[in-house]
Design a protein. Structure first.
Length: 263
């Protein structure tokens, strides 16, 4: 039987393999956007940059992180790791289920204009909670940057996520060597992300137009699509965050044991 550490390594490898497969077979090519549309979507950037600090300073977040997402010590025993990972699995399932409910509510209540901000907030909060669970607090500039980059990655088209993941790993390797290194870019929002957000906005606009028509089964259909879309977006954010913070935690654990064996 595999140890829990081995299972954690397997989870990370499985996620990276999935990213590689998605990058090899893009479903669609980027859709050209009008300049005005890109400028409009780019206005979301300041909101996203402030989102993580807002989340981690929220009293609800602090209480939730303290009570449920307890931190996993780097020198944890096998039993501690098992309990921690099983608890995280249950909490992730709750987050995904609640996100589906939110999506259905927004779609059925004709509040689809709030879907994208709600997804950003829900995914940002989930990433912050997972970071806390593995001992990475988001109260430093660098940790906040990593959390925002994970949020950015989860909203990218699937074929574009591998490149962002590999860049994150490169930055992480430099950071763990003690270098305050990260790849800066003029805009956090890449063209691929803007395309993805634009397509989401178009999709919700289409649903909104349908919801104003008398169509049989309209309410059930829009609720189901809203629930599925919100669920999948939250699932993508959780998967990226779990793999990223698990990999960091495993690397930290290996460095500690390597140092002990050299003494």
């Amino acid at each position: 039987m595999k140890t829990e550490i081995a299972l954690m390594h397997d989870r990370v490898r499985k996620y990276e393999k999935q990213l590689y497969e998605q990058a090899q077979s893009p479903i669609t090519t980027p859709v050209p956007l009008q300049k005005a549309a890109m400028q409009t979507l780019a206005q979301l950037e300041p909101f996203v940059l402030q989102l993580h600090n807002f989340i981690t300073k929220d009293d609800w977040f602090k209480q939730r992180a303290k009570e449920t997402f307890t931190r996993l010590p780097v020198d944890a025993s096998e039993q501690q790791i098992i309990i921690h990972e099983q608890k995280l699995d249950r909490e992730e399932a709750k987050i995904r289920l609640l996100s589906a409910g939110k999506g259905a509510y927004l779609a059925k209540g004709k509040r689809m204009g709030l879907t994208l901000p709600a997804q950003l907030y829900t995914c940002g909060r989930a990433i912050a909670l997972l970071g806390h669970a593995y001992g990475y607090k988001g109260d430093t500039a660098l940790e906040s940057l990593y959390a925002i980059r994970l949020l950015h990655l989860s909203f990218l088209p699937r074929y574009a996520r591998l490149a962002e993941w590999e860049l994150l790993q490169k930055e992480l390797a430099e950071h763990e060597k003690g270098q305050p290194f990260y790849q800066s870019r003029e805009n956090l929002f890449s063209d691929e992300l803007l395309v993805s957000l634009a397509l989401q906005s178009m999709k919700w606009g289409l649903f909104h137009s349908v919801s104003n028509k008398q169509v049989a089964g309209k309410s059930l259909a829009t609720s189901a699509v809203g629930a599925y879309s919100f669920y999948k977006q939250t699932q993508a954010a959780l998967a990226a965050a779990r793999a990223f913070y698990q990999k960091r935690w495993l690397n930290s654990r290996e460095r500690i044991y390597y140092t002990k064996t050299r003494q």
